[in-house]
Write a new protein. Sequence first.
Length: 543
Amino acid sequence: MTAAEQSATVDAIVIGAGFAGIYATLRLTAMGLTVRSFDAADDIGGVWTWNRYPGARTDSLHETYCFTFDRDFYNEWAYTDIHPDQSEVLRYLHHVAERFDLRKLYTLSTRVESATFNEATDRWDVRTDSGEQVSAPYLVTGLGLVSAPIIPDVPGLESFGGELYMTANWPHDEVSLAGKRVAVIGTGSSGVQVISTIVGSVADLTVFQRTANWVARTGNRPVSDEERQGIRQHPEQVWDRVRQHPAGWPWEPVKRMALDTPAEERERLFEEAWEEGGFALLYKTYADLSTDKAANDILCDFFARKIASLVDDPVLAKKLTPNHPYGAKRPPAAEGYYEAFNRSDVHLVNLTETPIVSFTDKGIRTSAGEHEFDVIILATGFDAITGAFTRIDIRGLAGERLNDHWAEAPRTYLGLMITGFPNLFMVAGPQSPFANLPPGAQGQADWIANAIAHMRSDGIVRMQPSMDAEIEWTAHLDEIAEGLMTRYGEAAGSWFTGANVPGKPRAYNVYFGGHNVHADRCDAEQAADYPNFKMSQPVSADV
Ligand code: N01
C-alpha cells in the first residue's frame, strides 16, 4: 500500500488519469497540496488506456497534443507522427506520470461511486467501489468527454457465440482479426478508424452504418526532423497560436468567406485542404462554413463529389454520403475509408434501410436476414460529456443530486463549477469548449489551481458560481450553438446534443464559442477576483 492509499483525508481528490486528471494532480501537488487521485482503469492514460482498438490515433497535431508548462520538458518529447497513435499518446502520459512521480498518488482500478459535500466539514466525502472513503475540501474531476460507453439496446447481444469487442474497452491482449469475418457497428470517429485499418487483413468486413459520416482524410505522416527542430526553437509561437485559435489548433484563424469567393478559387482551396486532411477543411478554408448553411452546403457538395469519385459504385457512394451539414456531428477522419468499399470483401449494411433486429448466436439479424460473423466490433459511441458525471452519485448543498440539477440539461459556469456544488471543480467538463483537449485541460486546471490557492490564502471554505452566472453561461452557450451547424446536431444524432443516447436530455453539452474566448473569460474572472462566484468564510450558511 502506498502512502497515498493510506491517507483518508487529503487536501484534494482528483478523479481521472487522462490529460485532465494527470495535469490537475501534477499542478495541485506542485502547490504543496496532499492529493489522492483515482481512476477506474488499471493504468494511467484515460481515454488512451481504454481505446486501444486498431487504428486509434488522435487527429490533433503532435506539437499540441501534450503539456506546455515546462519548455524543457516540452522539448524533450517527440511524437513520431503528426497525428500520434494510441500507443505513443499512452507512452507520453506514462512519461508525464513517471517524470513528476504521480503514480504513487493514484489508486487505479478503482471507480468513484459517490461524492457528497459535507456541510458540517466543508469537505467532499468520496466513496469508491472498493469501499474506501476519502475526504478533501476540493474535488477535481477529469472524467473525460468520452468515457461512458453505450452498448446498443438490441436483443440477443449475450447470445452471440463469436468474439465481441468494444472500441471503447478494447482488450489489452493482442486481438487477432486476421482471416476472420468481422462486423463493425458504428461509423463515428472510432468506427471509421477501425474499418480503414483492418480492411484487407480480415477475411470479410461488414460495416453497419446507421448515419453516414463526412470522413475526411487524415493526412497523417511522420514529423520531419526539420519541423521538430523549428518547433523546439520557438515553442512559444506554437503555444500562442493555440491559445488564440477557437479550437486550440496551431493555425491562424481564417477570415475569408466561402460565399464571397469565386467557385474556382473555392474548389482549389477545398482540394488543398482535402489533401492536407484532418481539420484543414474546416479550419483552413472559410470562416462561414460553420455559421452559414449556404456556405456549408458548398463544402458538402464538394465532399459529396469527392465520395462519388472515390467509390466506384454510384449507389453505394450515395449511401455513404451524409445528409447533415459538415460539423453538425463531430467530423471523423480516416485514410482510405471510402476506397475500402470498392473491395469485394467489404460490405455496407445501411441500417436506415434494413435495421438491426437482434444479435444471434451466429451474428446479426437485420430486417433483411441474418449475417454470420466470427467477430463483432461495437463502435457505438458514448454517453458523452455528462455520462461520466451522471453515473456517479454526486450530491451538493442540501443533498441536491447532480442528476437532478442537470435533469433537463447540464448547467455550469464556464464548464468549471456548478451552483450548489461548492469546491467541485471540473477540468474539460460539460459546457467547456469543444477543442483540442490538452491545451484546454491545462488552462482549466491552472485556473482551478489558482482558485484553490486564492481560497486557501483568503480562508475561504466554499466557492461556487452564482446562479445568475450559471444561467447566463448556459444561455450564452445555447445562443452560440444555435448560430452554428451544431443546431442540426440533434437531427443528425450528434453526441454534442445528447441525441445519440435514447432518453438523454437534449442540450448543447459543449461550448462552441471558442477555446480562446473561453480562456479569455476564465482569465478575466480570475483577474477580477472571481466576481461571479460566491465565496464563503467558515461557519457560513449560504445554502
Ligand atoms: O462514437 P460516435 P465514436 N445501432 O458517437 C452508431 C472522439 N474520438 O466512439 O450516428 C447502430 O461518434 C452511431 O450511429 P448514429 C471524438 O470526439 C476521437 O466513434 O448515432 N449503430 C455512430 O455511427 C468522437 O466524436 C478520435 O446513427 C449505432 C457510431 O455508432 C467521439 O470520440 C477517435 C447504434 C458512434 O459514433 C466518439 O466517437 C475516436 C446502434 N444501436 C473517438 N448506436 C480521434 O481523435 C450507435 N451507433 C480521431
